[in-house]
Structure formats: structure tokens, C-alpha cells
Design a protein around this ligand. Structure first.
Ligand SMILES: [Zn+2]
Length: 191
């Protein structure tokens, strides 16, 4: 798998080896590799030998039924809040951040007792819009919805998938989430 200039990436996507590319704006370097730090479009600058991610501005309009990606910003009581960043399958230019909420009853097809067992602040989640006005409401019911990238509570590194749980190889730590079947497979390519 090789990421090319112009492709959309999510935070944590590996862009290349450090000996090949310097980490530019919107990226970071870790263990000899350059990773995307923001949602955006990759640019490999051949002159500066730099990998850059130009952040895409977030969605301007969303409608019921849109499948979106965003980052969990808060969990409180029966609600998880997220910043909506991208609409799946569209590469239109977008303007202002939109906030959406997921009610505890709409997290999973199974009963959710505690929202904090399902989502952690910083998780990247694939969700569907079920209501736009007066506020954006989302659902993550269904197998393909839920966390597509999760970060370790302890060290904040991206976690791998092991069976039905997430695993941090540095901390040797397991964490539970409402996972999407697309975990680790999302590339958000342009159509
Ligand atoms: Zn960790």
C-alpha cells in the first residue's frame, strides 16, 4: 500500500519512511516513520523532500443519511460529542466545523450501559447522520459504524486490532470500543 500525492488521509496514517521524507506541516515522525497528524490531503514535496498534509476544511452542509467521519471530543452522561470532519465519498471543499452528538441508545445494536466503555476522546469514528435540525444527531448502530482508529488511553499511540479489542503493543494494554468492521482499513480515497 502506497499513499500518493492528493490522497485523503486520517490522523495516524503512515505516509512513508523518515529516510525518504522529512516530516512537514500536518505530520509527525515516530520510530523512523512519518505519519499524518490531521485529516487532509497528502502532498509529497519533491524539492524539499518533505511529506505534508494540507488539512481539509470541514463540512459545510450535511444531510440526513450522510456517512461521516469525525473525532470524539467529549462524553457526558448519555451523549458522546464529535467534530464532524469529512463526508464519505465526497471531496467537496468544506467550511466550518460541525458538531454532532450520538445518544447512548444509538451507539450499538446491543445495549450500551456506559458510553465511556465505547468511545474515548480522540477516537476517529464513522457514523451516519439521522437528524440535522435543530442539532446534528448521529448513529453508530450497524457493523461498519464505530471507531475506525483508536488511540491508547495510556500513551495515545494508534492501536492495533486483536480479535474484538484494541491492543497497544507498547503498553501491552487492551481496550474495548464500539468498533467498525472497517477498523484499520479506511483510506478515505477520492472517488
Ligand atoms: Zn499505549
Amino acid at each position: 500500500m502506497h499513499i500518493k500525492t492528493g490522497e485523503l488521509v486520517t490522523p495516524g496514517d503512515k505516509l512513508g519512511a523518515h529516510e525518504e521524507w522529512m516530516p512537514g506541516d500536518g505530520t509527525y515522525e515516530r520510530n523512523g516513520f512519518v505519519f499524518a497528524k490531521v485529516f487532509g490531503r497528502v502532498r509529497f514535496d519533491e524539492d524539499k523532500l518533505e511529506a505534508v498534509v494540507d488539512a481539509v476544511n470541514p463540512v459545510s452542509t450535511v444531510k440526513e443519511g450522510d456517512v461521516i467521519y469525525g473525532t470524539i471530543t467529549d462524553r457526558r452522561g448519555a451523549l458522546a460529542t464529535m467534530d464532524i470532519t469529512l463526508i464519505e465519498g465526497k471531496s467537496r471543499t468544506v467550511r466550518t466545523y460541525k458538531e454532532g452528538t450520538i445518544h447512548i441508545s444509538k451507539i450499538s445494536n446491543d445495549y450500551t450501559e456506559n458510553i465511556e466503555d465505547m468511545y474515548l476522546k480522540g477516537d476517529i469514528v464513522r457514523a451516519k447522520i439521522i437528524q440535522v435540525e435543530p442539532s446534528i444527531q448521529l448513529t453508530t448502530m450497524g457493523k461498519s459504524f464505530g471507531v475506525v482508529r483508536g488511540y491508547c488511553f495510556n500513551c495515545r499511540r494508534g492501536m492495533g486490532l486483536q480479535g474484538n479489542t484494541l491492543y497497544c503493543e507498547w503498553c501491552e494494554r487492551r481496550e474495548r470500543r464500539k468498533l467498525s468492521t472497517l477498523y484499520g482499513k479506511i483510506k478515505l480515497k477520492d472517488k
